[in-house]
Design a protein around this ligand. Structure first.
Ligand SMILES: [Ca+2]
Ligand SMILES: [Ca+2]
Length: 178
């Protein structure tokens, strides 16, 4: 019981709020469990739905925006270390303008044509179906090998993707499904 509870509570509850509150919630949970073992499921569920510190919730996923810039591969590795992936943007995300509140800069997403030029794939190996390229993109600008994709806030909200050189350094957007 404690093993199930503690990882979620430590990650999702204790860190984002003052320590005393976290301890309080842990102790309340243990008290509840002692007298009402059936509370385990609801406590675990509640803990799972609380966003980890630094993450934003939007439309069924948590998103993390880096405050520093890295290459596409280093950004991808960073997301992996956070138990997430570089963001996979589907139609449902960008058809809702709420996502614009989250996206406020140029940042890597998990789309690349590194394996085969012109064949775009998400980092989970799914092919690109719905796309939101900015006008004229993807373009391998001036003959450069542009194989990785950024969302560029300075373009229009709906169509704001640009293929960029993977070694360039930008912020990045990690996504973790609930
Ligand atoms: Ca390319
Ligand atoms: Ca480009």
């Amino acid at each position: 019981v404690v093993l199930c509870l503690l990882p979620h509570l430590i990650i999702s509850v204790v860190l984002p709020i003052p320590l005393l509150s976290g301890i309080y919630i842990v102790s309340v949970s243990l008290h509840l469990l002692w007298h009402h073992p059936s509370a385990l499921l609801s406590v675990c569920t509640l803990a799972l739905y609380l966003p980890p510190p630094g993450w934003l919730y939007f439309n069924g996923s948590f998103y993390y925006i880096s405050s520093i810039a890295k290459s596409w591969q280093d950004s991808r590795d960073d997301c992996s270390q956070r138990g997430a992936v570089l963001a996979i943007i589907s139609m449902k995300h960008l058809s809702k303008t709420n996502m614009c509140d989250i996206i406020s800069m140029v940042m890597w997403i998990g789309l690349t044509d590194r394996e085969t030029e012109g064949v775009w794939k998400w980092v989970d190996e799914t092919p690109l179906t719905a796309s939101f390229w900015y006008s004229g993109e993807p373009n391998n600008f001036k003959g450069r090998n542009e194989d990785c994709v950024v969302i560029n806030h300075y373009y229009s909200n709906e169509n704001n993707w640009n293929d960029a050189v993977c070694e360039n350094e930008y912020s990045w957007l990690c996504e973790k499904h609930m």
